[in-house]
Design a binder for this molecule. Structure first.
Ligand code: NAP
Length: 307
């Protein structure tokens, strides 16, 4: 196997993403030593039982001792406080990164606390499930998924190269873009779909008991796929919407305009318009499958995904 990308990896927060990085880093030889740190004693205990790292601890200093790569894997809202706490324990020259689903707010919260801002390379692996916690992670989560890096203008070139190599070793395809571009793209591809899913499931929940039980019984007609997304972690998604407020509100404005256009077509009986619209959207699904970001298997291909 090729040499490890880093000597000592420290992961702060060992939920779905942190534990998947730990598992993948070990399985694919990306780190020689792995330490995980979490604020919750139960999660540290569980990470220890699962044996996904060489050290599982609640102590920042212990986790960061000798670490040349530190990745913050907590909910976005906790990143600023975490950066402040870890700063005094960072080894000189350590590369710091994160996995937050929003980049602008995370960069603004973390950068002022870090001793070597040019060695802070924010990242976002576009991979996940609706589950949380260390039991939910798996080593192949990042395989053939994108990981977006948003380095600052003065970023250390060696740090970008090392993080690119790390994520590539974990199976991801790496792309670099600006923080603002990331937040606009993700507002449309991830944040808006989650908001729509939360909303539609919430609407069903507001109906009376009889309608609600029918919604569940006949859910395979479409509703079911929204419920998977709407089962995502509430804390994580609260933080994302608060942190990416401007971009989400802008996309929501566009979405509302398009929804009104569809509403008008239905009201006017404009079958041709609806047909043209749905044919266009079907093409998008085809492109996603062609690019390997999903399979054409039934059930959205999820059961077919290798773990
Ligand atoms: P998760 O399963 O809930 O794990 C987060 C972990 O961080 C929990 O164990 C949590 O402990 C711990 N934590 C919270 N505050 C902490 C602190 N101050 N210090 C140390 N540990 C702390 O969440 P996740 O799904 O792995 O998400 C983590 C990050 O990845 C988020 O920023 C999210 O935006 C990003 N992300 C998620 C996905 C996804 O699909 N899930 C995909 C890409 C990126 P407690 O539970 O005790 O609070």
């Amino acid at each position: 196997m090729a040499d490890a990308v880093c000597e000592s990896l420290a992961l702060i927060g060992v939920g779905l993403i942190g534990s998947s990085i730990a598992r993948a880093a070990r399985e694919f030889g990306a780190a020689r030593r792995i330490a995980v740190m979490d604020a919750s004693p139960q999660i540290v205990q569980r990470a220890s039982e699962l044996g996904i790292a060489d050290l599982a601890t609640q102590d920042h200093a212990q986790a960061l001792a000798g670490a040349d790569l530190v990745i913050v894997c907590t909910p976005v809202g906790a990143c600023g406080a975490v950066a402040q706490t870890i700063a005094p324990h960072l080894q000189k020259g350590a590369l710091v990164s994160d996995v937050g689903s929003v980049k602008g707010a995370v960069v603004a919260q973390m950068t002022p606390h870090l001793p070597e801002p040019a060695r802070f390379i924010p990242a976002h692996p576009i991979a996940g499930t609706e589950f949380s916690g260390p039991d939910a992670g798996f080593a192949t989560l990042f395989r053939n998924r994108w990981c977006i890096l948003t380095p600052p203008e003065n970023a250390d070139a060696g740090a970008i190269e090392k993080l690119t190599e790390f994520w590539t070793r974990l199976g991801a395809n790496v792309e670099t873009m600006s923080v603002a571009h990331h937040d606009a793209v993700l507002a449309l591809t991830s944040h808006l779909p989650h908001l729509i899913a939360y909303n539609i499931v919430g609407t069903a929940d507001d109906f009376g008991d009889e309608t609600r039980s029918e919604v569940i019984k006949f859910s395979a007609s479409g509703f079911r796929d929204f419920t998977r997304i709407a089962a995502s972690d509430p804390i994580m998604w609260r933080d994302i919407f608060l942190a990416n407020k401007d971009a989400v509100l802008q996309m929501l404005g566009r979405f509302n305009e398009d929804l009104s256009a569809l509403q008008r077509m239905i009201r006017r009986g404009d079958g041709e318009g609806l047909l043209e619209f749905f044919a266009r959207t079907r093409e998008i699904r085809r492109s996603i499958i062609e690019q390997g970001q999903d399979t054409a298997a039934p059930d959205f291909g999820r059961r077919a995904e290798g773990r």
